[in-house]
Design a protein around this ligand. Structure first.
Ligand code: FAD
Ligand code: DHB
Length: 393
């Protein structure tokens, strides 16, 4: 089998890329390790930046998003019972849209089916070959036996546990990482959310987030120890701790109900440089991770592939290589800014076991500054709604 662009991974990065390429008349094949149900069933991100919404709209993938997505023009921050709202519409002229990653994936898969886009599910033992030559290829196994896919370019969209990154030689690869000494315990419950916008709260016991998927479905998170297990958190304990951390005013609006999904995610900041080698180009979590605090993970996956698709279009339509050659530098410029915002917001709102009295006072001062400074709130707002694809550096 032969295609122009072989895409490894059918997450948001891989599938949005496949749709962008299709719209540009470029052929691709997506190779995914899991089933569609598995990929679509993963409960992950919930906040779409306006650039992500615009990209999906341009691809005609926003029919459900427009009717079911919840547009939020502000978000609330709370520390030790004191709260204030950041008005993103007023400060940065924008908004975010609440629409779960599961819904995004469903729309992407449905449209891929409608257009007959080739996606191979349950592909095992994916290996890349000759990415530093002119004729790269991918080998993998399906139920039908060993397979081989020749291509011009490989897009490594296989997430943080993927294999593509390892095909960049160690001598070339640099990694930058911060592992946080805590995780997020998240639940989904079929109950109305505590408030109509998101609330990010910092409390002596740790961080808490009140979010939602719809007017009848709540998504809540609390900071937990990395050594903790889901079994340590029966529903009643979770609700009690959540209400305590959100503060009595917000807690009055919390409607309790059985959690039908409960999971713990570790937090880390990670960037692998460069994001390309030979004919391999990495995008999304395959190249970088952010702690979820800024809701940037899925949005970064989309901005990466917007840049990669543009570069591939120049390459195929005009035989112009400069976009591809400059892809990593262009993508990393935006990635590092999102890394900074997610790291900063995590540092502001979480309790660090090793924090000194000085560190705590810095958090309190930072929060007070943000509460009272329009300039600081504007900086928050423009990062939260999503920075433009390119900014002069
Ligand atoms: P992924 O979504 O990971 O997709 C990669 C795909 O590649 C997967 O389908 C995988 O099965 C496939 N794959 C992996 N290895 C191979 C292989 N060898 N061969 C073939 N296929 C392979 N972001 C937020 O903004 N907010 C959140 O609340 C949030 N919560 C998260 C919770 C968890 C537990 C995790 C893991 C992530 C969370 N994120 C969150 C981050 C966000 O979901 C990711 O940034 C986003 O999914 C990245 O998309 P991606 O396409 O790059 O990678
Ligand atoms: C959600 C996740 C986030 O990481 C965030 O910052 C806001 C909302 C969510 O899953 O709803």
């Amino acid at each position: 089998m032969r295609t122009q662009v072989a895409i490894v991974g059918a997450g948001p990065a891989g599938l949005v890329l496949a749709h962008l390429l299709r719209a540009a008349g470029i052929a691709s094949v997506v190779i995914e390790r899991r089933t569609r149900d598995y990929v679509e069933g993963r409960v992950r991100a919930g906040v779409l930046e306006q650039g992500t919404v615009a990209a999906l709209a341009r691809l005609g993938l926003d029919r459900r998003l427009r009717t079911e997505g919840l547009v939020h023009t502000g978000t609330t921050l709370a520390m030790d019972g004191e709260t204030f709202r950041i008005d993103m519409a007023d400060l940065a002229g924008g908004a975010v849209t609440i629409y779960g990653q599961q819904e995004v994936m469903r729309d992407l898969f449905d449209a891929a089916e409608t257009h007959g886009m080739p996606i191979v599910f349950e592909a095992a033992d994916v290996q890349l070959h000759d990415i530093d030559g002119a004729s790269p290829s991918i080998s993998y196994r399906t139920a039908a036996g060993p397979q081989h896919l020749a291509c011009d370019v490989v897009a490594g969209c296989d997430g943080s546990h993927g294999i593509c990154r390892q095909f960049i030689p160690e001598a070339v690869r640099k990694t930058f990482e911060r592992v946080y000494p805590f995780g997020w315990l998240g639940i989904l419950a079929e109950v109305p959310p505590a408030a109509h916008e998101l609330i990010y709260a910092s409390h002596a016991n740790g961080f808490a987030l009140s979010s939602m998927r719809s007017p009848t479905r709540s998504r809540y998170y609390i900071q937990c120890g990395i050594e903790e297990r889901i079994e340590d958190w029966p529903d009643a304990r979770f609700w009690d701790e959540l209400c305590l951390r959100l503060g009595s005013e917000t807690a009055a609006g919390v409607v309790r109900g059985p959690a039908f999904e409960k999971s713990i995610a570790p937090l880390r900041s990670f960037v692998g440089e460069p994001m390309q080698y030979g004919r391999l180009f990495l995008a999304g979590d395959a190249a970088h991770s952010v702690p979820p605090t800024g809701a940037k993970g899925m949005n970064l996956a989309v901005s990466d592939v917007l840049m990669l698709a543009e570069a591939l279009e120049d390459f195929y339509a005009r035989n112009e290589r400069s976009g591809l050659d400059g892809y990593s530098a262009r993508a990393l410029a935006r990635v590092w800014k999102a890394e900074r915002f997610s790291w900063w917001f995590t540092g502001l709102t979480h309790r660090f076991p090793e924090a000194t009295g000085f560190d705590r006072r810095m958090q309190v001062a930072e929060f007070a500054y943000l509460r009272t400074s329009r300039a600081a709130q504007t900086a928050f707002a423009e990062n939260y709604i999503g920075l433009p694809l390119d900014q002069s550096t």
